[in-house]
Design a protein around this ligand. Structure first.
Ligand SMILES: Cc1ncc(COP(=O)(O)O)c(C=O)c1O
Length: 408
């Protein structure tokens, strides 16, 4: 029998995937608590846009009117009335959706996590839009997948080659996280055609679709996929995901997956082993909010606030960062993606200096499964007021100068 001291020297270990991850999201979410730091790192909304009195009223009404559903366990797939309301919201004359196509999740992140569980084998292949949302990389990391990067802006991109053999493909077609870009219509059509032809699931993650500041929206992949179908419940390979996080408030933790019914069943099995059900309270709030048209009511405020902040950020960047970076002004979403003019500039190192200067941005390495892309930064413009965005950019410029000066 080993002595007590011998036992205490044997340290219990963690699963190996933990050694391959990073805690950058934790940094963004806790940055609000760091005195004086300007957080332009996370995809955080402006709390002043949250419809506080309406949510407080809807919460109170829900508890009183439906105490059993709000405070008890509920169906794994989600509150039936909320599933119906979401089916109605996303149905079109050609995309016919019923309750069986809809699955409620605890935030969009849970949808990504459960999709990894039902679609990915250990070491399986994901065809991911590059650069890729870091939350998706985080969600799938425990399966240690292989990634095939899809560079959707590359004129030579071949959707068929990209999707063939992958366990699924993943894209954020509207105002991608991190680049803020919109996937053009021809590429959307090519992705959907390739998904049908190769029999590959195509995950369309769409948290930012309503946050469009200029121009016209493009059709969703799921709507392109449903064109020409027989007019019954959707059965195609596109898996559409949405969330109330950017439309109302992330604290509700309400998201959804819209897909063919067998996929909804598979997700139900996975959620059974995860959190059993999404909060009945916030599902009832979401249902009442949809019925009352709350999203439509607050959208003008979101758009005017964020459009002005995007412009303020880009103006400040033109003055302070034009010599260092190039970028496109995004037509929607929450981010500007800035690529260093100097290919040798290391944005992991820049983050270190930026934090010292009192500003946080996201380095491009965290949006690359291989962690190799160190030439760009993602800058959020939704959380801070224009003056603070300008000050954040000034601090970033200061960090760049310090970094250059300290170069060995
Ligand atoms: C592309 C993308 N997908 C999913 C999410 C998850 O959002 P939530 O879990 O808050 O619904 C986010 C959040 O920033 C995102 O940017």
């Amino acid at each position: 029998m080993p002595s007590a001291s011998a036992v205490s020297r044997t340290r219990p270990s963690f699963a190996t995937w933990l050694g391959t991850t990073n805690d950058i999201t934790r940094t963004f979410l806790s940055a609000g608590g760091v005195p004086g730091l300007i957080n332009m790192g996370g995809g955080l909304p402006e709390p002043g846009t949250f419809p506080v009195p309406e949510i407080a009223r809807l919460a109170g009404e829900a508890v009183k009117a439906h105490p059993g559903q709000v405070l008890g366990y509920g169906p794994i797939e989600g509150l039936p009335e909320l599933r119906d309301a979401l089916a109605k919201r996303f149905s079109t004359p050609t995309t016919r959706l019923s309750r069986d196509n809809v699955f409620v999740t605890s935030g969009g992140m849970q949808g990504l996590d459960l999709l990894g569980k039902v679609l990915l084998d250990e070491g399986g292949l994901v065809a991911g839009q590059f650069p890729t949302y870091l939350g998706a990389l985080d969600a799938w990391r425990p399966r240690q997948p292989a990634f095939r990067n899809m560079e959707l802006d590359d004129p030579a991109f071949d959707a068929h080659v990209a999707l063939a053999g992958a366990q699924f493909a993943y894209a954020v077609p509207n105002f991608s996280n991190p680049t803020g870009r919109m996937v053009p219509l021809a590429t959307r059509k090519a992705l959907v055609a390739a998904a049908h032809c190769t029999g590959t699931w195509l995950v369309e993650d769409d948290p930012y679709g309503l946050l469009q500041y200029d121009g016209e929206p493009l059709p969703r992949l799921i709507d392109i996929s449903a064109l020409g179908s027989d007019g019954t419940t959707y059965t195609g390979p596109v898996i559409y995901m949405g969330t109330l996080s950017k439309e109302i408030a992330p604290g509700l933790r309400i998201g959804w997956v819209i897909a063919e019914p067998e996929m909804i069943m598979a997700l139900t099995m996975a959620k059974q082993g995860s959190d059993l059900c999404t909060s009945g309270l916030t599902q009832h709030i979401a249902l009442a909010a949809l019925e009352a048209g709350l999203i439509d009511r607050i959208q003008p405020l979101l758009l005017s606030t964020y459009r002005a902040r995007r412009d303020a950020l880009c103006d400040a960047m033109r003055t302070e960062l034009g010599g260092w970076f190039e970028w496109e002004v995004p037509v929607g979403g929450m981010f500007v993606w800035a690529i260093a003019r100097d290919p040798a500039l290391d944005t992991d190192l820049l983050l270190h200096h930026a934090l010292e200067a009192g500003v946080c941005v996201s380095p491009s390495s965290v949006f690359d499964a291989a962690g190799r892309n160190r030439r760009a930064i993602r800058i959020n413009f939704t959380l801070n007021e224009p003056d603070r965005l300008a000050e954040g950019v000034r601090r970033l410029a200061e960090a760049l100068v310090t970094m250059q000066a300290r170069k060995p």
